[in-house]
Design a binder for this molecule. Sequence first.
Ligand code: NAD
Length: 355
Amino acid sequence: MSDTPSLSFTYATHDVRVVFGAGVLATLPAELERRGMRRVVLITTPGRPADREAVAALLGERLAGQCAGAMPHVPHEVVREAHPVVVRARPDALLALGGGSAIGLCKALALETGLPLAAIPTTYSGSEMTSVWGISDGQAKRTGRDPRVAPRLVIYDPELTYGLPPEVSAASGMNAIAHCVEAAYAHDAGPVSSLFASDGLRRLAESLPVIMASPRDPDARADALAGAHLAGRALDLTSMGLHHKLAHVLGGSFGLPHAGTHAALLPWVTAYNAPAAGAAMARIAAALRADDAVEGLLALARTLKTPTLADLGFTADMIPRAAALAAASSYPNPRPVDEPGVRSILACALAGRRL
Ligand code: NAD
């Protein structure tokens, strides 16, 4: 007889081929061929022309067009400008090279065109493993889930991340850790998502401090990228709660940077949820090798020198509107969400005071 007779779970994964390893970028043409992707439009953020040119050279005749205008939070105007570029190029797939911004624009274009996606992630956003999309219009960010936006091919080459600045690595890594934390206490968590969440969190918490000291450490870079992969899988299998909602509110309605905001909020939202999620907190603490989940996250944030809400330009007068927006819609969260609760989270995070 099972010792957990009430255990029951359901999960679905989308059809994706994942190729991971130092140097695997060289296999891109063969991997695209295997997926039947013969003409792709390459989507990136501006900057880092060397990486873009290297991938364009690898693509050769498969390169049907390029769009280097991806921006954080996928502004609606950027999608509108990129759409005709894609239509004119007549590709059979879209290829994102970069972080969550490039992947996010690809997802928005996939929603409009129905084209399949491939991704070469170079940060720790985890977006490449999810069917979650988001588009912002300056006032707010709309998000949703649609299997059409989940990449069918993901190439992880840790060598592409060696130049990711330590402070960007730290904030992006805390974004991935936030996926793991919310997956740990999600109402629809199960044994599979929990495995991804715990191991993803452990790998990120161990590797990010090494990356701060030695940004080109190959083992730490590989571990962090593998942790981000697992974090993305955990995010895709579960429903995110107050932490992700609040981060989207501060990013979409107040213009705060995505990854830094995740880093600045995570210990405080975790402290709010802790009384309602004891077993998950124990797993989070164990993955952090800490006695307490919140203390472990605070210590990691100190080691990584991630920004505070104040560093990001958030001020006390923004608290009422942010709390009203975060409490306006309903979403699953271990502890009920109300405006006073969110106000206290934001006030404590701003002051650096324990909740
Ligand atoms: P980003 O994609 O904006 O990248 C951050 C910066 O790092 C950019 O300037 C970029 O050019 C640079 N960069 C990226 N890779 C680099 C590298 N290897 N070397 C040097 N510089 C590099 O930021 P992000 O944090 O990866 O993504 C944030 C976006 O992703 C947000 O819009 C967020 O909403 C979205 N996101 C979506 C999901 C999802 O599942 N849909 C999950 C997480 C984040």
